[in-house]
Design a protein around this ligand. Structure first.
Ligand code: MG
Length: 382
């Protein structure tokens, strides 16, 4: 029986993870759940999966939860960031799913690594902010980090059975989001509703906006650099509107291995839960005969400057990736609140990167300070 802790259980990844657990109740036991704000869904998950411990963000959330669980055995409730950290490092779990959104994932991730848990990582911001620290700590503690991002799971799967030294290139695919064909001159009138309408994937709000701006791909470049210990220059982003090829790896001999499937996160999640075994999770194969073609094209960096940001911050390193991430989080929130336009997201990130005094080889406190600085700076620009 594998014992799971799922941090971010009410989000899209958390819910899909629990769906897989419910298909294989004899293999997986949910010991801990953490959810920041969706207390009513959390209470339903508690009733279904009986975790021993849960974590929520606020006292308010905790008391709401107690009310909703009247008549049930209430699990132990941990509160706040320290509650999340305790949940991530709790002795009851073997695998910790880090599926919360944004920079909030960093400290729990480090706590889970310190506690030598196997990590299923859906929170890419953790690696973007502090990839060097996270990966070296993981190495030190002999901790395995399994990617739960469709592209990185694909790359990870393509690398299985191959030698790192034969690796040459990553082809990181991107759907192109809802505005691939939109004219740059029309970007100013994009509404949050337009941007949330992703053509292929159903995801949470933040990542849907990140997909529309292609900032998601920018974050994924940095994520791949750390996860697979490769240079940013060895990564080529390809727009692949069908989202069937989740990414590809090229080797020295000119061979390219692709991982394919219909766009459903359950594939990447279940692989992290059970590898090398593959679980039957009821996901169909792509219907290749009706698909007809799989297209690949270069990204338009003038329309979508995100990839330029990623390559720039990878080159310069230091605290810049954390600044890019934090500025993006603040800008996305402001866009969702209709305080800024869609193109302003890029302007805010660009200005924050330009203004930042980069710190080389930062420690954790340096990264957290850069994150704080970028949020404050981005807010002042809004
Ligand atoms: Mg992805």
């Amino acid at each position: 029986m594998k014992k799971l802790a799922i941090l971010g259980s009410t989000g899209s990844i958390g819910q899909s993870t629990l769906k897989i657990v419910s298909l294989y109740p004899d293999r997986f036991d949910v010991e801990l759940l953490a959810a920041a704000y969706n207390i009513s869904l959390l209470s339903k998950q508690i009733k279904q999966f009986n975790p021993k411990i849960v974590a929520v963000m606020t006292e308010d959330g905790a008391s709401q939860l107690r009310t909703l669980l009247k008549g049930y055995t209430c699990p132990e409730i941990l509160i706040g960031e320290s509650g999340y950290i305790d949940a991530a490092s709790n002795e009851k779990a073997d695998i910790v799913f880090l599926a919360m959104v944004g920079a909030a994932g960093l400290r729990p991730a480090l706590a889970a690594i310190d506690a030598k848990k196997t990590i299923a990582l859906a929170n890419k911001e953790t690696l973007v902010m502090a990839g060097d620290i996270v990966m070296s700590k993981a190495k030190e503690n002999n901790v395995r980090i399994f990617p739960v991002d469709s592209e990185h799971s694909a790359i990870f799967q393509c690398l299985q059975g191959n030698r790192q030294k034969d690796f040459k290139k990553i082809f990181l695919t991107a759907s192109g989001g809802p505005f691939r064909k939109k004219k740059l001159s029309e970007f100013g009138s994009i509404t949050p509703e337009d941007a949330l309408n992703h053509p292929n994937w159903s995801m949470g709000n933040k990542i849907s906006i990140d997909s529309a701006t292609l900032m998601n791909k920018a974050l994924e470049i940095i994520e791949a650099v750390h996860l697979f210990d490769v240079s940013a220059e060895s990564i080529e982003v390809l727009i692949h509107p069908q989202s069937i090829v989740h990414s590809m790896v090229g080797f020295k001999d000119g061979s390219v291995i692709a991982q394919m499937g219909i766009p459903d996160m359950k594939g990447a999640i279940s692989y992290a839960m059970s590898l090398p075994e593959r679980l039957d999770i009821g996901v169909e194969f792509p219907d290749f005969s009706t698909l007809k073609n799989l297209e690949f094209e270069k990204c338009d960096n003038e329309k979508f400057p995100s990839l330029n940001f990623a390559f720039e911050v990878c080159k310069k390193g230091g605290t810049l990736p954390a600044v890019m991430n934090a500025a993006n989080e603040v800008a996305v929130e402001a866009f969702l609140d209709m305080k800024i336009s869609f193109p302003a997201i890029y302007n805010i990130i660009s200005k924050c990167l330009g203004k930042h005094n980069n710190i080389d080889k930062p420690d954790l406190s340096g990264i957290i300070e850069a994150d704080r600085w970028a949020r404050e700076t981005a807010l002042s620009l809004i």
